[in-house]
Design a protein around this ligand. Structure first.
Ligand SMILES: *Cc1c(COP(=O)(O)O)cnc(C)c1O
Length: 239
């Protein structure tokens, strides 16, 4: 069982790493400019362990309860957990206790909890402050989006994050909207990022690209791609 699953994961990782390398080469970028975050949501902690043994250092999860349980079960200090999902403000402090980075900050209401959780972790575990990315909604239709602050609210939220104690503001995250070419949406993302960098030069991370569109994201400068199904296989559909 485990040996077969390990082979499956190794093959998926090999294919995705090759795609990243090819996309970097087409874009004239070095492959080490792009971090692969393997999205393990819906898959068991045993898969996370296998991925770790295959050289994966960054994993992504989108639901707090599942992420918290898995991080406790795997308990490998060399793994970095990236929280990439919708976050409730009453859970924000808890997420900061195990997550290395939160990619999905979309409103100022989350900042108090994240700051408190990060402060506790820094004091107790000597960890680095929590890294925060602001998620921006690229959907042309307001309200239709898959989460994120609308572009017109981005700068204000970015300033708030940068001013919050115990948090390290590192950049932007986005998901390509349904029903549009990812490349077109990512062009808008690249423009927003350029504006942001003028104000916040150290917020230079860009989390964009998934199984279906990582090439388009690498082409416009993504530094983190979040890839699940192309490595782990199909997920059961969300009830
Ligand atoms: C699930 C998820 C991913 C990974 O999607 P795949 O298409 O399986 O690669 C990436 N980003 C976010 C925010 C997700 O929720």
């Amino acid at each position: 069982m485990t040996a077969a699953r390990e082979q499956e994961l190794a093959a998926g990782l090999g294919r995705v790493r090759a795609r990243i390398a090819e996309a970097c080469s087409s874009a004239g970028r070095a492959p080490d400019e792009v971090t692969l975050v393997v999205v393990t949501k819906f898959f068991p902690a045993s898969d996370v362990r296998l991925l770790r043994s295959l050289g994966v250092s960054d994993v992504g999860e989108n639901r707090h309860q599942e992420a918290e349980a898995k991080a406790a079960e795997v308990d490998d200090a060399s793994l970095r957990w990236h929280f990439i999902g919708n976050l409730q403000s009453n859970k924000a402090a808890d997420v900061a206790r195990y997550a290395h980075a939160v990619h999905s900050v979309d409103r100022a209401k989350l900042l108090r909890g994240l700051s408190r959780g990060s402060e506790a972790r820094v004091e107790q575990a000597g960890a680095q402050p929590l890294e925060v990315l602001v998620q921006v909604d690229l959907d042309p239709e307001p309200q239709a989006g898959r989460g994120g602050v609308r572009p017109e609210g981005l700068m204000e939220l970015a300033d708030r994050v940068a001013d919050t104690e115990h948090l390290s503001f590192r950049g932007l995250m986005a998901v390509a909207p349904l029903g549009e070419e990812p490349a077109a949406a990512f062009e808008r993302l690249a423009a927003l990022r350029a504006d942001l960098l003028a104000q916040h030069p150290s917020a230079d991370r860009l989390s964009a690209g998934m199984s279906g569109d990582l090439e388009e994201a690498v082409a416009i400068g993504a530094t983190h791609v979040r890839v699940g199904s192309a490595i782990l296989g199909g997920r059961p559909s969300i009830p």
